[in-house]
Design a protein around this ligand. Structure first.
Ligand code: BES
Ligand code: MN
Ligand code: MN
Length: 506
């Protein structure tokens, strides 16, 4: 019998277990649930504090509660549900991000319970935005990756009720529905990123995409190795050379429903889908960062997550997605330094470092997006350690050839609290990518690594309006932080969904 890594993995292993847990959580409006374990109470600095708690602002202060954003004070009751005061900061400074954080803080403070209620009080923001932020904060803070634990201690949230003003109830409920869709996009991305490489091969990711397409209303076309040879995607095939697993190119397509007031335009998303990045022959050191490289398909995961939300968010434009999926491994057949690959369309690339594989596989996908004549491209990739060095783990880099597309991405990032910071597409550095023997090389000098990688992609984008998101720094959370649960963040899934909802051609 020939052993393969898959041999001991259950055939019915589900890489998307978070979806079932999400579907089992019900968020409703109304008075506190009769058997709620805890009741959350949002409190701004200076109050008001609901009278039935027996506390006023001075009493809370006396207990050391300052009402800071995300601060919680847990007060067990002699009888009935525990009260949890949740700080909201100054009322004048409230934002939807604060509401999302407050819902997450409540869920984290009550992690051992599964039935929660919330009395939010007046917040002073658009009610549907509040409902959406509440659902996102609660559902994303409740997320855990438990698929491979024999005995998980996680207590999934099953019910959350939210007491609101009668006048706001309809809007809050619509917001909760919207927030469940957007949270789902992030959960899909997190699950796919957290799943180890042997459990989520390129082949398995193709199957997962097909399943998600059936369920959430988009078309999926999967190109296997033979089809990629046919297509001439020499960069994906080159990076795949060292692997025992086949590569995949996954094409996604969403068309707005006929009864939607459609907006003219066709947006293209391109995602980096490196199942595992060892660096290839340019092998990475065995640092903790290397162990995170199962998440090097975070760009592809974010695109796929966003697609699960288009139909249910009534996104009015046509969107296509291209995911380049393979692992990057060393072996006797692996890509070598100095080799030259031919990207689809004919551009030759000298490989000066096999660890700069992301830009290679993205090139084939960008060429395909241009062949479909999309009006604009947003690509997303865990592309460079340099983006991480520059901006850290909270903010991702955005670089583009078109300020309107960069601004669309930044506006979406502001709405979803997935922060972006623009770095320049400094064309003065472009000669660093010149090659003596091929059209372009995949390595530049030692500085401005995120910009150099973007300049490589820019060569293939070829003038199409474009924004590039480098999410290397933000793909992983080292510890629980508000709605970001330890592990894969799913960064970008909600951002891309929001950007698609707001995209216009001109
Ligand atoms: N996947 C990595 C980038 C990365 C680094 C993601 C840290 C997440 C955390 C990428 O493929 C890579 O190896 N980039 C190299 C490029 C270099 C060889 C030009 C890098 O950034 O060091
Ligand atoms: Mn690499
Ligand atoms: Mn990589």
């Amino acid at each position: 019998m020939v052993y393969t890594p898959a041999a001991l993995i259950p055939e019915d292993f589900d890489p998307l277990q978070g979806l079932a847990e999400l579907a089992a959580t019900s968020i409703t409006t109304g008075p506190p649930l009769p058997d709620a374990d805890a009741i959350g109470l949002f409190v701004f600095v200076g109050g008001p504090v609901p009278g039935e708690t027996g506390f006023d602002w001075a009493a809370l202060q006396g207990l050391g509660f300052a009402g800071k954003p995300g601060e919680t004070l847990v007060v067990p009751q002699a009888k009935g549900a525990t009260h949890v005061f949740v700080g909201m900061g100054d009322a004048a400074e409230v934002t939807t991000a604060r509401v999302r954080d407050a819902a997450a803080a409540l869920v984290r403070a009550t992690a051992k319970w599964n039935q929660l209620s919330l009395i939010s009080g007046a917040i002073g923001l658009d009610a549907s935005a509040v409902g959406q932020a509440l659902a996102e904060g609660a559902l994303l803070a409740n997320y855990r990756y438990t698929a491979l634990k024999s005995d998980s201690k996680h207590v999934p949230l099953t019910a959350l009720s939210v007491e609101v003003d009668d006048a706001d109830q309809g809007d809050i409920e619509a917001g909760i529905v919207a927030g469940t869709v957007t949270a789902r996009a992030t959960v899909v991305a997190r699950d796919l990123m957290n799943t180890p490489a042997a459990y989520l091969t390129a082949t398995a990711l193709g199957l997962a995409a097909e399943r998600l397409g059936d369920e959430y209303g988009f078309e999926v076309e999967v190109f296997d190795k033979a089809a990629l040879i046919e297509l001439g995607t020499g960069a994906i095939l080159g990076v795949n050379r060292g692997s025992a697993e086949e590569p995949r190119l996954i094409k996604l397509h969403y068309t707005p429903a006929a009864d939607l007031p459609a907006v003219a335009g066709h947006l293209g998303f391109v995602g980096k889908g490196i199942i595992y990045d060892s660096g290839g022959i340019s092998l990475k050191p065995s640092t903790p960062m290397h162990a995170l490289m199962k998440m090097d398909m975070g760009g592809a995961a974010a695109v796929l997550g966003a697609f699960t939300g288009f139909r249910d968010s009534a996104v009015p434009v046509e969107v296509s997605g291209w995911l380049s999926v393979t692992d990057n491994l060393p072996s006797g057949s692996a890509l070598t330094l100095g080799d030259v690959l031919t990207v689809r369309g004919g551009t030759t690339v000298e490989v000066k470092n096999t660890d700069a594989e992301g830009r290679l596989v993205m090139a084939d996908a960008i060429v395909l997006a241009n062949e479909d004549e999309v009006d604009a491209i947003i690509d997303i990739a865990t592309l460079t350690g340099a983006a991480m060095a520059a901006l850290g783990t909270s903010t991702a880099a955005v670089i583009g050839n078109d300020q309107r597309m960069v601004d669309l991405a930044i506006a979406a990032a502001d709405a979803t609290d997935e922060p972006l910071w623009q770095l320049p597409l400094e064309r003065k550095y472009r000669p660093q990518l010149d090659s003596e023997i091929a059209d372009i090389s995949n390595m530049g000098g030692p500085y401005a690594g995120a910009t150099i990688a973007a300049l490589f992609l820019d060569h293939f984008v070829d003038g199409t309006p474009w924004a590039h998101l480098d999410i290397a720094g933000t793909m992983n959370a080292e510890k629980d932080d508000s709605w970001r649960t330890t592990g894969a963040t799913g960064f970008g899934a909600r951002l891309l969904l929001e950007a698609a909802a707001n995209f216009t051609k001109e």
